[in-house]
Ligand binder design. Structure first.
Ligand code: TPP
Ligand code: MG
Length: 572
């Protein structure tokens, strides 16, 4: 890059170069994206400058968004994706909205037609401002070079402070080529990670929460994604142990406490919850939500907990509190700061007689019932292979540092309910905001770039495979040692299960042909296996995990509508 030093020393640089320098200043290490005409100056700046950023070429902008999301979830750094004007901008949107609704900091940059050509019908013209407005926490098209640096800083500030979220910057072709003053290139560095600029709770609300919890007879904690997001796992464990209280989670809240922790009840709600764990929530006189929206799936459409339970809700976003349940005590603030303050308050409380809520015993009883039923099926060796066996065998074969990325369909409820991770932290990821099929492979790729030393799995249904198979090329090109599992059942099984349970088995437009997923993977250069015999599964999984490159295991599986799925409602 011979001219990069010369350019770096100039008093002005062009817009594309300024963007690269700003991203570098925010310590961005990866950009996931796909090229286009209006992006040429930006790519040229990435080519010429010396910046320490690696561009990961994807095969679809949807994947770029999901990769940035997966990367951000495991690193706590802002994930960056990019695509071109028009089709690239419209294709990148699913990852942006998924990240935004999941409180994950993802910056999407889409190039745009020149500001001066607007209204003259240039190819790919699109009102990007309007498109991204409902999908992001903050968005804007950089319509003047003088606004560039400030808008980039605003995007990072918005993404990482308060409730984290996604941002979009439209980047017109002529602004990429326009002159920018070098002295405007600076970053507020702490906005490269999230959550940043944490703020603590009102001490009075905290006192009220502590008093309400200690005054309960049968309280439970339900954690959403906020605990892991805030890095509050160890203080939560200390609270759980001090109070011996039951800790349940939502699907997104997995990892708040290790699955092996005696107080960890596991996932509750209509997807991933089972009757035995739901009973624990229904029996609670107080439910303490931590960083949780208490939405339709978590609460089984507002039936669990019951309306009579007292609700205490901790969240950094006041809009999530009291959205579904009248709330007795709201504690608004960063989860880690709030829980640290709560721990201090309850350990200093004189009312220590009430600080044993018998949680470990309640959890042990419910889990015994849940896993007795699960193990019988997992060990049944029935054909087609039942999802229980897939979870159990992977749990046996996978290393304990594994990170599982699961698509909707069979993977999400089964892995949420039954896969046991012996550590707290981000070991399970699923796209719970919109649940779009085809998320997991790309998100797993982003995860692997963020956590190069962890074993990463993408678990998908065959419907999801159809959405994402092009990205097997990316997997092969970067030679990432991710193992993909496909639940092959030749059906959009989740929907068929809904037709079975709610529409008297009037099966309509849900079945499709079997694809030889292993052959498709092999064609992309991914080592693959097909498994139809239950006795072979564990051995193949072990072989796939030991293989140093990308692998895929295609499993002929019991269709979801016939399985004993941990799902109580098929319509969320
Ligand atoms: C993009 C998108 N379109 C439609 C849906 C609705 N949907 C939810 S689950 C599901 C079926 C999933 O099928 P598959 O991936 O084969 O998994 P299975 O249920 O068969 O295990 C569908 C169509 C969705 N979640 N995302
Ligand atoms: Mg299927």
């Amino acid at each position: 890059m011979s001219d990069s030093t010369t350019k770096d020393n100039q008093a002005s640089l062009n817009g594309a170069e300024a963007m690269v320098k700003l991203l570098e200043a925010y310590d961005v290490k990866y950009i996931f994206g796909l090229c286009g005409d209006t992006t040429l100056p930006f790519y040229d700046a990435l080519y010429r400058l010396d910046h320490g950023i690696t561009h990961i070429l994807t095969r679809d902008e949807r994947s770029a968004g999901y990769m940035a999301d997966g990367y951000a979830r495991v690193t706590g750094k802002v994930g960056v994706c990019e695509g071109p004007s028009g089709g690239g901008a419209t294709y990148i949107t699913p990852g942006v909205i998924e990240a935004n609704e999941s409180s994950i900091s993802v910056l999407s940059i889409t190039s745009d037609v020149s500001v001066t050509s607007l209204g003259k019908y240039p190819l790919t013209e699109l009102d990007q401002d309007a498109l991204f407005k409902p999908l992001t926490k903050w968005n804007g098209v950089i319509n003047h070079p003088d606004r560039l640096a400030n808008m980039v800083r605003a995007a990072f500030r918005a993404m990482t402070t308060g409730r984290p979220g996604a941002a979009h910057l439209g980047f017109p072709f002529d602004v990429q080529k326009a002159d920018i003053k070098a002295d405007d290139i600076w970053a507020q560095a702490e906005h490269g990670t999230f959550p940043s600029w944490r703020s603590g709770p009102d001490p009075e609300s905290l006192e009220a929460a502590a008093t309400a919890i200690l005054g309960s007879s049968n309280p439970v904690i339900v954690c959403g994604g906020g605990v892991v997001l805030a890095g509050a796992e160890s203080v939560l464990a200390a609270i759980a142990e001090h109070l011996n209280i039951v800790v349940a989670t939502t699907i997104s809240g997995q990892g708040s406490l290790a699955d092996s922790h005696p107080n960890c009840l596991g996932v509750v709600g209509s997807n991933g919850g089972v009757a035995a764990t739901r009973e624990v929530i229904d029996a609670a006189d107080t439910v303490v939500y931590l960083g949780c929206r208490a939405g339709s799936v978590t609460t089984a459409r507002r039936r669990s907990p019951t309306r009579s339970a007292r609700i205490i809700h901790f969240d950094s976003d006041p809009m999530a509190v009291s959205a579904n349940y009248k709330t007795d005590v709201a504690v608004i603030g960063d989860l880690r700061l709030s829980l640290e303050a709560l721990l201090k308050t309850i350990t200093e409380s004189s009312d220590n007689t009430k600080s044993d809520f018998n949680g470990a015993a309640i959890v042990a009883k419910a889990k015994q019932i849940k896993f007795d039923e699960f193990s019988a099926l997992a060990e049944s060796k029935q054909t087609p292979i039942c999802p229980e066996q897939v979870v159990a065998d992977l749990n046996k074969a996978a290393p304990s540092d594994a990170i599982i990325v699961a698509d909707p369909g069979t993977p999400c409820p089964y892995f949420s309910a039954f896969y046991q991770v012996p550590h707290a932290g981000r070991h399970f990821i699923s796209n719970r905001a919109h649940g779009a099929l085809g998320y997991s492979l790309s998100a797993a790729i982003g995860v692997q770039f963020g956590k190069p030393d962890n074993k990463v799995f993408s678990i998908m249904g065959d419907g999801s495979f159809g959405f994402t198979s092009g990205e097997l090329e990316t997997l092969a090109r970067y030679d990432l040692p991710i193992t993909c599992l496909v639940f092959s059942n030749s059906v959009f099984g989740w929907i068929k299960a809904g037709q079975k349970s709610g529409f008297e088995e009037r099966y309509y437009s849900v079945d499709f042909n079997r694809t030889d997923h292993a052959a498709v993977a092999a064609a992309y250069g991914v080592k693959s296996w097909t498994v139809s015999e239950p006795e072979k599964l564990l051995e193949v999984l072990e072989e796939a995990i030991a293989y140093p490159g990308p692998t895929l295991v295609d499993i002929l599986c019991q269709p979801l509508q016939d399985a004993n799925a941990p799902v109580s409602e098929w319509v969320a």
